[in-house]
Design a protein around this ligand. Structure first.
Ligand code: NAD
Length: 256
């Protein structure tokens, strides 16, 4: 059994990816997130798929909690083979009103936590000559949209971080890739629909059709299964030369 540690996996995309990994029955899964029912989510996943899970409420803004989470995973499962840096937040505002604390939180959670966690798992991956790090970036890791300065900066940052670690990991069979999803209907996006409606002065229905899916050629939200299966491919043994990429899974948004 391999062990996958997925941050922000008690909601949305992270939970969707955890479920696709669980279905294979080939992974122990370390779940993480701020949801109060995190332990229950982890227990239910273990029961449903007959695998082992654990839950850590480590806060992405607290480096010592991130290191303790990796230590706890190593103690319970022996190692972390796959790290998926997924936890993330969003805030939408024109630059002149953008709150300083929101900037710092977005950079801390979306970007800097991936640095601390990658560093914490690196030596073990290097020693075992196997490691897979998958960063959930965004279509906004490749292109910008107005009113999302911190988010776009964090996601472009993580794409650069991905490429650098891919080079450093290459001699040790550690691959590092980013997935760049278009819009996925999760709590994060539900909240944005409301925020964007305010920023653009539009109705919520118009935000979905005129702002969000307007940019995607495929007029559907990206599914959790598509993202989970993409991550499973990147995590597999077959993917040893698939490294350093920022793969759009965005319904053709970046093709335009
Ligand atoms: P979500 O709000 O459903 O889930 C986010 C998860 O991150 C939650 O489990 C939450 O508890 C956790 N989290 C937030 N702050 C944390 C902190 N300080 N410490 C620990 N955990 C924390 O959001 P989502 O839509 O599933 O987003 C997941 C990732 O996918 C994010 O990085 C997001 O930027 C990215 N993404 C989302 C979309 C989309 O359309 N939903 C598109 C592209 C990229």
């Amino acid at each position: 059994m391999r062990t996958a540690l997925i941050t922000g996996s008690t909601s949305g995309i992270g939970l969707g990816i955890a479920r696709e990994f669980a279905k294979t029955k080939q992974y122990n899964i370390v779940l993480n997130g701020l949801e109060a029912n995190g332990q229950k989510i982890a227990d239910n996943l273990a029961k449903e798929f007959g695998i082992q899970t654990m839950f850590s409420p480590a806060n992405m803004l607290k480096p010592e909690e991130l290191r303790s989470m990796v230590d706890a995973a190593n103690t319970k499962f022996g190692q972390v083979d796959v790290l998926i840096n997924n936890a993330g937040i969003q805030f939408v505002s024109p630059i002149e009103d953008f709150p300083d604390d929101k900037w710092n939180a977005i950079i801390g959670i979306n970007l800097t936590s991936a640095f601390y966690l990658s560093k914490a798992v690196w030596k073990g991956m290097k020693d075992r000559k196997f490691g897979r790090i998958i960063n959930i970036a965004s279509a906004h890791g490749l292109v910008a949209s107005e009113f999302k300065s911190a988010y776009v900066a964090s996601k472009h940052g993580i794409v650069g971080f991905t490429k650098t670690l891919a080079l450093e990991g290459a001699p040790f069979n550690i691959t590092v890739n980013a997935i760049c999803p278009g819009y996925v209907k999760t709590p994060l996006v539900e909240k944005q629909i409301a925020d964007q409606a305010k920023a653009h002065n539009l109705s919520e229905a118009d935000v979905v059709s005129k702002v969000m899916l307007y940019k995607q050629a495929v007029k559907d939200f990206v599914s959790l299964e598509t993202l989970g299966q993409t991550a499973l491919l990147m995590a597999s043994d077959h993917a040893s030369t698939l490294t350093g990429i920022a793969m759009p899974v965005d319904g053709g948004w970046n093709a335009q």
